[in-house]
Design a protein around this ligand. Structure first.
Ligand code: ZN
Length: 421
């Protein structure tokens, strides 16, 4: 998942970038090449987009035809620029408020719909509903749990409101850039892509449209339209949905998903939630990475976990997030060192087992460092516990072994390591 998976253990929200089409076949709005991607990293923050630095004089966005509605009130599939507007209907909700709007290449739609077992029901959460969306003092709305949750529990699962290409696939992208130059061409690409997104959003039920349009938008000054701004702020990248036979190295053939609940999760570098995407049920399944106390907010990490605070800060800038988690507020060279070295220390730790008595301190220190940085949700933490179990077993420390084994079993619900004890 993540979001790129800068961090192997988590997926991260990845910002979109406007990009233009290459000139292949009839799909004029195909994913951008690596070269174009590097040319067109979408800007964020305040980008001058008025006057001479605004949209080119005389340019008017393309007129994208709206979808036709059938007599039964359902929109017809509709192709524009090589992409199909289509709806994934939710069988048990005739009102359509659990539908997903898709904007995908035809072959990708076919691939999705021919997934074995498609379309399975959305997985059920463990136990009773246990979350609520409410306001926070400094992060807008957030998602909070209403009862204690154990690591590994499914908190909620949902289908997306909208799935669309991760890159802005506009018609004649390279020509627009050549015609208007990088700055204005970039604004034109954003404006053209907004028109496409408008059609997808117009197909939604009023309730879903309201849910999408009420999400945060941290891209109000960079030339993104209102829908694209929301998409750039809230999208999850789905690595399981992509055009063609393989994922491109620049991730440009992947898709983004906007979720009703999942997109409400705020960021922390000490996250307590992770997700899986299940193609057969077309669902995002959110699970607790740690034990979560009743009333706590759910946090998902949008950035890499294995980098210093300064790098996390720059990775979060495109989302407009300034993280105030304990790890960022209290960042020191020592905490940065824990972040950059914990993966290697975990990799080295199996060597410690052969001389358990001498090395037990190393393993306990590693565990404590990861707890201090809020990294218990990582696979590496489960690996560390596994090593500790092995050491205590060899040392004949049965009580300590059992205590760590219980903890390992809890975290291993997500890590799913093969345990030898
Ligand atoms: Zn942080």
């Amino acid at each position: 998942m993540k979001r790129g998976f800068l961090n192997s253990a988590k997926a991260q929200k990845q910002q979109l970038y406007p990009a233009a089409s290459s000139s292949h076949d009839t799909a004029e709005a195909s994913p951008p090449s690596q070269e174009l991607e590097s040319m067109y990293k979408a800007r964020y923050g305040k980008v001058e987009n008025r006057g001479k630095l605004g949209l080119p004089e005389g340019y008017t966005p393309s007129n994208i035809p709206m979808s036709d509605m059938q007599p039964n009130g359902v929109y017809k599939d509709h192709i524009v620029n090589g992409l199909i507007f289509t709806t994934l209907h939710h069988a048990s909700d005739p009102a359509g408020n659990h539908n997903t709007e898709l904007l995908v290449e035809g072959s990708t739609k076919q691939k999705i719909f021919s997934t074995p077992g498609f379309l399975k029901p959305v997985p059920k959460p463990s136990g009773q509903p246990c979350y609520v969306i409410r306001s926070t003092p400094d992060m807008g709305l957030g998602c909070f749990v209403t009862r204690a949750i154990e690591a590994g529990e499914t908190i909620f699962a949902e289908r997306p409101l909208l799935v669309a290409p991760r890159s802005c696939r506009v018609q004649r992208g390279p020509q627009l850039l050549a015609q208007y130059g990088i700055h204005q061409g970039n604004l034109v690409v954003l404006a053209e892509w907004e028109k496409m997104l408008e059609v997808a959003v117009a197909r939604m039920t009023e309730e879903n449209r309201k849910a999408l349009m009420s999400l945060a938008n941290n891209h109000t000054e960079d030339g993104s339209g209102p829908i694209l701004g929301i998409v750039r702020t809230n999208a999850y990248t789905s690595v399981d949905i992509f055009d063609g036979p393989v994922k491109l190295a620049n991730n440009a053939n992947l898709y983004s998903a906007i979720l009703k609940i999942g997109s409400r999760l705020n960021h922390s570098c000490r996250g307590n939630v992770t997700y899986d995407f299940d193609l057969a049920s077309f669902s995002y399944i959110f699970k607790a990475e740690k034990d979560i106390a009743a009333g706590e907010q759910l946090f998902y990490s949008y950035c890499d976990l294995n980098v210093p605070a300064s790098v996390r800060k720059s990775q979060l800038a495109p989302y407009g997030v300034v993280c105030k988690c304990l790890s960022c507020i209290n960042a020191t060279p020592a905490s940065d060192k824990i972040r950059t070295e914990f993966e290697q220390r975990v990799k080295d730790s199996p060597k410690w087992v052969t001389n358990a008595r001498a090395n037990i301190r190393l393993a306990l220190k590693l565990r404590q460092d990861m707890i201090d940085e809020g990294l218990e949700g990582t696979t590496e933490y489960a690996c560390c516990l596994q090593v500790l179990c092995g050491m205590y077993m060899l040392m004949g420390e049965t009580v300590k072994f059992q205590r760590i084994k219980d903890e390992f079993n809890k975290y291993n619900r997500l890590a799913k390591l093969q345990a030898a004890f």
